[in-house]
Design a protein around this ligand. Sequence first.
Ligand code: PEP
Ligand code: MG
Length: 783
Amino acid sequence: MVEARQETLGLRTLEDISGLILHSHDLQETLDNIVTLVARRMGSDVCSIYLLEDDGETLRLAATKGLSRSSVGKITMKTSEGLTGLVMEQKGVVAIEDAPAHPRYKYFRETKEEKFLSFLGIPLFERKTPVGVIVVQTKETRVFTPAEISTITTIAYQIASIVINAKLLDSIRRKEEERAFFQQELERMKAAGLLKEDRGSSTRRKKGRQHFSLIGIAASPGFCWGKIYLLNQRTNLPGMELETALPREEEHKRFLVALEKTKIQTLYMEKRVADMLSKEDAVIFHTHLMIMEDRGFLGKVNDLIDGGTSAGQAVRKVVENYVQAFARMDDPYLRERSADMEDIGRRIIGALDGSERRERLREKRIIVARDIFPSDMATLDHDKILGIITEKGDVTSHAAIMARSLGIPAVLGLPDLLKQIGLRDEVIIDGNSGHIYINPDEKIRGEYERLQRDHGVRQRELEELRDLPAETTDGVRVSLKANIGLLSDIRVALANGAEGVGLYRTEFPFMTRKTFPSRAEQQDLYVKILEGFAGLPVNIRTLDIGGDKGLPYFTYPKEDNPFMGWRSIRVSLDQRDIFRDQLAGILLASPHGKASLMFPMVSGVDEIRTVKEILADVKADLERTGKPFDRSIRTGIMVELPAAVQIADLLAREVDYLSIGTNDLIQYTLAADRNNPKVKQYYDAYHPAILHSIKRVADAGRAAGKPVSLCGEMAAEPINALLLLGLGITDFSLSAPYIPLVKQAIRKTSLASAREMAMTVLTMESSRDIRAYLAERQAELEI
Ligand code: PEP
Ligand code: MG
């Protein structure tokens, strides 16, 4: 009976932890919530998590409930020290009734821990990788029961995978930044004719270590060179033939626990990927979750178990049926889903028997495989994956989507690759064009080496710029802020020297959730952002959903032209409760920093007046609650519709500032969908209509005495930033990794010469001429 209760406690805790993961925004918050939950559930005075540093021998206090919070991040110990070190050293549970009497006891004054007698420490392992230790302490002497130990062991497993996954996702961003550089450089090389593309011709391999090239599907951009690693070649799902079925009840329980583990792992990945990257990337895992929750799938597995089949064999049979069904589909997208089904099957079976083979890369290698699954991407140490080349797969395969997110170059769909490539071969991957060069010759290698050298030198130069002001040679100060969407952007923005946030896209955190966040949840989130920027200005834009940005829990009408439809401020004005909650959340957070409020897609004066009435009403409500908020919060609008350009002078009177959104302004002015590659040549930032529009808005702002900033992607190109400076903009917001490059350009130029450049451009009639002129100026300025 006691056993059954503890099992429920364990499962309940697991469920709670998946909830915590969903509702927290970063690793620290997740760990803080976990220690609080565990301390509460265990009725203990203390629960702490110590994480192992990269040196493999230092444990650092990462979160605690019960010890002094100020010691978090500060207390460290070697694995050879203290009881916590003992847990890591022994790789096993340490349970002690009178800890201070133990010879390995070590006292840390900062934690004020002399009051605690009992100690329970459980190591955190992600498979075989040591991650840290979770410790529970009580003031009274207490004997921890086996059931309690087993509950915490289950939690320890979750924490370990959370930490590993957080580390994985942390380096995604670094990779993204490098990728942007390599892509740019490669384009330059190609434009300069340095890298030839033998499109259509693939030199086949002859004998020995010949150099040859193949062309496949360019699935993830970027460029890399290295030795190869042949990924375990699997043909079918793991056998499980030798598994003998235990009593049905046992098998059902095994299946349930394995499913739960796999779901939590998946949930975590979905949430983190959505937070760090985009909803599109996270959809992989959402689909996996839906399959694991699908009644049909569960019913089939349970029926087989009822019929006496073991859980492992049941999963294998059901998954194989699905895989075959998907593989027969005509639609290539659906065909690719068979790989996802297979991946799910492997992971559940892996969780069932714990035997899942873990591929280990000892050094940086290019992965060569027949096929690669999303979970391969998650479990391999991606810091060591230089690139990926496979026989199967397409751009829509989820592994390809993950590779793009991770910034790992990939070329897929290279039939017979495994027959042609040898273990000692070296490969250059050009993920932009889909070429791979096996044992490349001197010339191509030389170019690649040059790219790497340039990149290193440039990085160092840019780092030195971080704390210098963006100031022209004639002393004009320009403000460079960041466009952000997620909490994890704070670090990236500050690391790149952003002077605040010119555009916080609040729809991003809304996209990663399962329901609309409440007013209080939003307030918490905005407080974190404001505090993260510690007094620097943060311009919070209200929800800009619709168009290509949907929320999974919000039903949209089917529209023929969603970009011209019910989106952005129009949704906010029609869904007043949602809008009011957001405004209230922002206002309530405002005392924690320097917030301003921005409204997207405004087309006319009536709209902004209505918005202001609603804002006044929300303020009046808050006033009655007596809660503090910034009563005179600054308000601004995005100028991103041609209509707003035309009446910029009228709109400027209504608000404190304007911010030009070139991403949408270009699409709406030129009637060219910003996401449609077919009309890419029409989506043109250098179209005279765009440049004249920007000038017009800058002039209107100046005449009205209202600041005008610019937050479209256009400003991320250094030469564009100079052109815009010349057109009258001195306040930019852009993707943070581009800030140093833009700053470097600004520090090389005078406002006078930027103006001269802009005036010349404004006299030009065609964007082709403008482009050519700017290319010349760019070369002269060496930016
Ligand atoms: C814009 O439209 O230029 C802009 C900055 O906003 P978003 O890209 O979010 O539409
Ligand atoms: Mg926009």
